[in-house]
Design a binder for this molecule. Structure first.
Ligand code: SF4
Length: 465
């Protein structure tokens, strides 16, 4: 591979699929490509793929038929490559990691395939493509995190930011593709995470969300040969101590790794948001065991009860898979009983579909899709009622809101989010209150809608900025 600097194309278009980890990866890739400190020929971002010189698709394997979707997306860009052969087209992320060379072989006009652990090398890989007219595949896995792997995004978009604290997952739940696409669990050093958060705070970030596939099992590497006795709770305490950061969230948590020490922090650390996403997946012990989740319903509910005790009013959300292989009517009833008991504010529910390469894809006794659809409908209908009841209970209450910016639907309105993770729209300019994105204000909730709340200013107004 030649490593000389070259003159590179100017406009980069990126399309991102999947989870928050992928969005964050895309931001970091764009930061590398648009940063002038990376040498000559920095890119500018464009929203138009047909005028771009570099087209990036950051892919997700979690959804059904992910590979086919990538092929059909790439088909859209084939005419661009025919018309302008100098355009570089790359597939990044989870499908790239899984398919590797297969993608290049199948798509002759594809130039690069870059897996989840090689995204920080994007510029060097581009140089290889340009210099040598090579087609590149970079899907090597590593058990450590390289110094340059997590560049701080050069742009901060509003008062909220996502900070990865680890990558990969060691759990191998029977239905999940993530351990095969993101590799083994590796944590970033706490010192690097805190430095990044301080940098973000200095640029106006007020709310930080720590992200990883399984943040509760955060375990930083040894430094100078010394293994630190640090865990996720210790990291969280360091994060809330950063000046300028007013609110901290984290996602995704695994129930088996959600410790009592961590739950206690919800009661003592004011900056930890009053919400938690704790994916349960099923209310049946038999299915939890088949899924390989590592907890029972009783253990899960014990943690939920403790959370509600230390943080009354905490907003809980979860993921549920309906129609997992072997799910009976009785198993489904257990799941319904669990949602009645917990009363989640929000639920992300899906009908099971097999992911090639996972254990569950080989299970027999797959559930009739029509039965699974019916169960999903029943569950979602009930959850909509529960969510509406929980939102209704907020009417007439004063809630702390982080102002995020102009409302999408009405530019005269502002929008923000409560600590319990609800979107609130409220009067903007002309209201007599002068608030800007990043301010923490108190609003009186006056109306409740299916996906948002409406608030008016409380006489106490601004809480902090
Ligand atoms: S813990 Fe989450 S990311 Fe890891 S295998 Fe299970 S479902 Fe997938």
């Amino acid at each position: 591979m030649k490593s000389t600097e070259i003159s590179v194309p100017e406009r980069v278009y990126i399309e991102t699929f999947g989870c928050q980890m992928n969005s964050n990866d895309s931001d970091r890739v764009l930061s590398i490509l648009t940063s002038s400190c990376n040498g000559p020929g920095g890119y500018v971002k464009t929203g138009d793929p047909f005028s771009a010189d570099l087209i990036l698709l950051n892919t997700c394997s979690v959804r059904d038929k992910a590979e086919q979707k990538v092929y059909s997306l790439l088909g859209r860009f084939k005419p661009v490559k025919i018309e302008r052969p100098s355009v570089i087209i790359a597939v990044l992320g989870c499908v790239a990691q899984q398919q590797g060379l297969k993608l290049l072989k199948r798509i002759p006009y594809l130039d690069m395939v870059v897996g989840t652990q090689n995204l920080h090398r994007i510029r060097e890989l581009l140089i290889a493509v340009k210099n040598g007219s090579e087609r590149v595949v970079a899907v090597e896995e590593s058990l450590t995190i390289g110094e340059d792997e997590y560049t701080v995004p050069t742009k901060v978009d509003g008062p909220k930011a996502f900070v990865p604290i680890m990558r990969g997952c060691d759990n191998f739940c029977a239905y999940c593709i993530v351990p095969y696409t993101r590799g083994r669990e590796v944590s970033r050093a706490a010192v690097d995470i805190i430095a990044e958060i301080k940098e973000l705070a200095s640029r106006g970030v007020k709310e930080v969300t720590l992200i990883g596939q399984n943040v509760n099992s955060y375990a930083p590497p040894a430094t100078g040969g010394v293994k630190l006795n640090e865990n996720f709770s210790a990291l969280l305490k360091e994060v809330v101590a950063v000046d300028g950061v007013n609110r901290v969230r984290f996602v995704t948590s695994h129930p088996k790794d959600t410790s009592e020490e961590l739950i206690a922090l919800f009661g003592t650390e004011r900056k930890i948001a009053t919400s938690l996403h704790l994916p349960v997946q099923s209310g049946s012990n038999r299915l939890l065991k088949l899924m390989g989740r590592g907890y029972t319903v009783k253990e899960y509910l014990g943690k939920i009860d403790l959370l509600k005790e230390v943080k009354p009013g905490i907003a809980l959300s979860s993921d549920i898979i309906v129609g997992f292989p072997g799910e009976t009517d009785e198993d489904f009833s257990s799941t319904m009983a669990l949602i009645e008991r917990v009363r989640y504010d929000n639920l992300f529910s899906f009908k099971y579909s097999p992911r090639p390469g996972t254990r569950a894809a080989l299970f027999d006794s797959q559930v009739d899709p029509a039965v699974a659809s019916k169960r999903l409908q029943i569950l979602q209908k009930r959850q909509r009622q529960i969510s509406a009841e929980k939102s209704e209970a907020l009417k007439g209450r004063y809630l702390e809101v982080l102002v995020e910016g102009a409302s999408k639907g009405d530019k005269n309105e502002l929008t923000g989010r409560t600590a319990c993770n609800k979107v609130v729209n409220f009067p903007g300019s002309g209201s007599g209150f002068n608030v800007v994105p990043g301010d923490m204000i108190e609003l009186l909730i006056t109306d409740v809608y299916p996906n948002s709340l409406r608030g008016v200013y409380n006489e106490r107004g601004l809480l902090c900025s």
